[in-house]
Design a protein around this ligand. Structure first.
Ligand SMILES: CC(C)(COP(=O)(O)OP(=O)(O)OC[C@H]1O[C@@H](n2cnc3c(N)ncnc32)[C@H](O)[C@@H]1OP(=O)(O)O)[C@@H](O)C(=O)NCCC(=O)NCCS
Length: 204
């Protein structure tokens, strides 16, 4: 039987821990590349992964939930918070590393792969120590977020983010560099803004 080159290239990427990103050409046995995911992923494994990801989407952040994610191959450090409705890549969760102290807002998507008609793009994702990814954001394959970086709401992150940077937008660009001591400072005065109250009770 002829060797399945497409499958072999996916397998080579997964085995090579130093490989960060790959664009693998599909041999067009079917009309689009997504049709044949079972050539490089075991369907039973996919069922298990899908089950865990979907259950976790509905769970509040907890160490139990982080443990479930570890069971599908994700690497998750300590004090990581993953809000509900985060969608984790079903096909390649083992390519995602979340370092200590990371906070992931709700409704965001971490995509370790991307499929086009004739290509499979895969990449290792690293969310650096104490980085914050705000809600409704997409992280693309191959992206590394630097330590203590921040991704603003509704962003699409396509490139690596330098440490201590605030990025935002579609595609995300560096908006500002952050103070390196920001999380080391003692608690400052709480910012309570009375002006957000539009009416006083006596005026209603
Ligand atoms: C990341 C975040 C905390 C930044 O808030 P902040 O420090 O108050 O940011 P600032 O208000 O100083 O914004 C700095 C600049 O970025 C812009 N900016 C901030 N968020 C933005 C966004 N999502 N899209 C576009 N621009 C944005 C601001 O307009 C401002 O621009 P300017 O300097 O030209 O006026 C906030 O944007 C955010 O995403 N909050 C949600 C956090 C979250 O999802 N947590 C998850 C658990 S609930």
């Amino acid at each position: 039987m002829a060797k399945d080159k497409f499958r072999q290239e996916v397998s080579n990427f997964l085995k090579n821990k130093n490989a960060k990103y790959a664009k693998i050409k599909y041999d067009m046995r079917r009309m689009n590349c997504a049709k044949e995911w079972y050539r490089y992923r075991n369907p039973l494994r996919m069922l298990w992964t899908a089950f865990v990801v979907e259950v976790c989407r509905k769970l509040p952040p907890s160490e139990f939930k982080n443990h479930l994610y570890r069971m599908i191959g994700m690497k998750i450090g300590k004090d990581v918070t993953i809000c509900p409705d985060v969608v984790i890549d079903w096909l390649f969760p083992e390519l995602i590393t979340i370092e200590d102290g990371v906070l992931l807002g709700g409704d965001l998507f971490i995509a370790a792969h991307e499929i086009t008609i004739n290509e499979l793009i895969i990449g290792r994702i690293i969310l650096g120590k104490q980085s914050l990814v705000a809600s409704w954001t997409v992280i693309d394959p191959g992206v590394t977020l630097g330590e203590r970086s921040i991704v603003g709401l509704f962003s699409w992150v396509r490139e690596d983010v330098p440490p201590y940077s605030f990025v935002v937008g579609v595609p995300a660009k560096v908006k500002k560099t952050l103070d390196r001591t920001v999380y080391s400072k003692s608690l400052e005065k709480t910012d309570i803004r009375s002006e957000v109250m539009l009416y006083k009770e006596s005026e209603i």
